[in-house]
Ligand binder design. Structure first.
Ligand SMILES: C[S@@+](CC[C@H](N)C(=O)[O-])C[C@H]1O[C@@H](n2cnc3c(N)ncnc32)[C@H](O)[C@@H]1O
Length: 302
């Protein structure tokens, strides 16, 4: 069951940089807008408000449970929308089903929803005891536990380095696979415990397992591959003047977005509107600590 805030009846995921998203999308009544990471519908509901009554919002999320909350909140509006349980890398298929050739704006708010973190049984958080799953789409793919079981020590070390930029990657990989062989790693707390034992205690305020969890989550959900696939296709479906707004939460994603935008400028299909990424203001960071690492980039189809 998905938790709701019992005071306001709104989902517990706070959308980030909402005003910036709405401004940069340059929304007009009657437009067709694609929200590729609909989540709980926080951004989507605001977008619908700007494009109604004749506008159309297409919302995508690979997490069926989260998509149900988007459906609940969007159903309270009078705007027109359709939601798709899909990976945004399958954008061709979604737009074919929606019978839409071109859209006037695209939003990607990458990463994990607070609801996914907060739902203990999803396995995204080392703070909550849960099976080591981490799949955003629980209807397919392999879990983090299965992934660990399939990798060699070298492969796991490389994964932790590549996706977590974890300096103790080899040491951690060795310890994880030792524990896996001896007793089997099946829960989040068990994995966090192994990392805590082998990583030297520094002055860092972040939990020693943070990077390991990030790396496994990125690998389990093929986050970077899907982003690249999507960015190679999306310009084909953007009307001239349509804008794409992307919010990323770590440097690996942001680098891909930045480089793909530059590539598209060279191919004469995009104009970049944000020379440097836009970041949230201090007031937003104070109110929503999760927003502190957000970086927003925008490009326009030419
Ligand atoms: C940060 S949340 C989005 C929150 C949303 N903007 C809101 O206001 O509620 C990111 C969402 O993207 C979804 N997601 C991540 N990768 C995806 C992909 N490749 N395809 C579709 N959805 C994806 C996740 O399941 C999650 O619900």
């Amino acid at each position: 069951m998905i938790k709701m805030d019992n005071i306001t009846d709104t989902p517990l995921h706070k959308p980030v940089m909402v005003e910036e998203v709405l401004d940069y999308l340059n929304l007009q009544s009657g437009q067709t807008i694609l929200d590729c990471t609909a989540g709980c519908g926080g951004h989507a509901i605001k977008i619908l408000d700007k494009i109604k009554p004749d506008g159309f919002l297409i919302g995508i999320d690979k997490d069926m449970e989260i998509l149900q909350t988007a459906k609940q909140s969007l159903s309270k509006t009078t705007g027109k929308f359709k939601l798709y349980h899909a990976d945004y890398s399958d954008i061709d298929e979604v737009l074919r089903q929606a019978e839409v050739d071109k859209v006037n704006g695209v939003l990607l708010d990458l990463g994990v929803s607070s609801l996914q973190f907060d739902q203990a049984d999803r396995g995204f958080s080392f703070a909550k005891e849960a099976p080591l799953d981490m799949r955003m789409d629980r209807s397919r793919g392999i879990t983090a536990q299965n992934l660990i079981q399939r990798l060699s020590e070298t492969e796991l070390g490389e994964l932790l380095w590549k996706y977590g930029e974890e300096r103790w990657s080899r040491r951690i990989a060795r310890a994880i696979l030792k524990e896996e062989k001896e007793v089997g790693i099946i829960t989040t707390r068990q994995l966090a415990g192994v990392v805590e034992r082998v990583v030297p205690r520094g002055k860092s305020k972040i939990h020693p397992a943070t990077r390991v969890f990030q790396a496994l989550r990125i690998a389990v959900n093929k986050e970077l591959e899907n982003l690249e696939i999507f960015l190679d296709k999306i310009y084909n479906y953007m009307a001239v003047g349509a804008r794409i707004v992307i919010i990323s939460f770590h440097s690996l994603e942001d680098r891909i977005v930045k480089n793909k935008f530059i590539e598209m400028v060279k191919q004469n299909v995009f104009r970049i509107l944000t020379k440097k990424p836009i970041t949230p203001c201090e007031a937003e960071i104070r109110e929503n600590i999760r927003s502190r690492s957000a970086k927003l980039r925008v490009a326009e189809r030419i």
